[in-house]
Design a protein around this ligand. Structure first.
Ligand code: GLN
Length: 187
């Protein structure tokens, strides 16, 4: 399968490596024309303000929004989740806003408050979760399924073709979440 990885800023290399490890082709996305012929897209972690600005400057916001709304499967991690959120509790970005969730940016505090834990994700157990200045989800829309929680807060949710995570699965050796995305959502 050909899976796009948004490559304007942030941890895109690690996502591409995960996709390749699973035997699929990772395509770096840097301009609108790169968005054709992909079967899914990953929005990596990084800095959501910078990513929003670059997407707008590169004229990618609307086309990406349209593709996601038409059903392009998307895996969004950390700042990627911030880009997808319809609403931010503590900010307002001119981003994609395709997923009916409310998200709190930097919900665990500053960089020093970053941490690693593990927990259940859907029916998978002991999934390692790396949180780096991570957001969490404070509200989910009616058709949105909660897939993981950490200390009572939602850290992974799925709405139709959109999967949003607070944490970074690409920074671990565990390929299960990428496999879930490709096998269950992109097929
Ligand atoms: N704190 C970052 C933001 O608000 C997200 C951090 C990350 O993606 N690891 O964009």
């Amino acid at each position: 399968m050909r899976i796009g990885v948004l490559a304007v800023q942030g941890a895109f290399v690690e996502h591409a490596e995960m996709i390749e490890k699973l035997g699929h082709e990772a395509v770096e996305i840097r301009k609108p024309s790169h968005l054709s012929n992909i079967e899914g897209i990953i929005l990596p972690g990084g800095e959501s303000t910078v990513q929003t600005c670059l997407l707008n400057r590169l004229h990618m916001t609307e086309i990406l929004q349209e593709k996601i709304q038409m059903g392009l499967p998307v895996l969004a991690t950390c700042s990627g989740l911030i880009l997808l959120a319809e609403k931010l509790d503590n900010d307002n970005l001119d981003s994609l806003k395709t997923m009916p969730v409310s998200v709190k940016r930097n919900a665990y505090g500053r960089q020093v408050a970053s941490f690693v834990t593990s927990g259940n994700f859907s029916d998978m157990e002991d999934v390692p979760m790396v949180f780096i200045r991570a957001p969490y989800i404070t509200e989910v829309g009616s058709e949105t399924e909660v897939l993981a929680e950490y200390k009572g807060n939602v850290v992974a949710a799925k709405y139709k073709n959109q999967l949003g995570l607070s944490f970074h699965p690409e920074l671990t050796e565990d390929t299960r979440i990428h496999r879930y995305f490709v096998d269950e959502m992109c097929k």
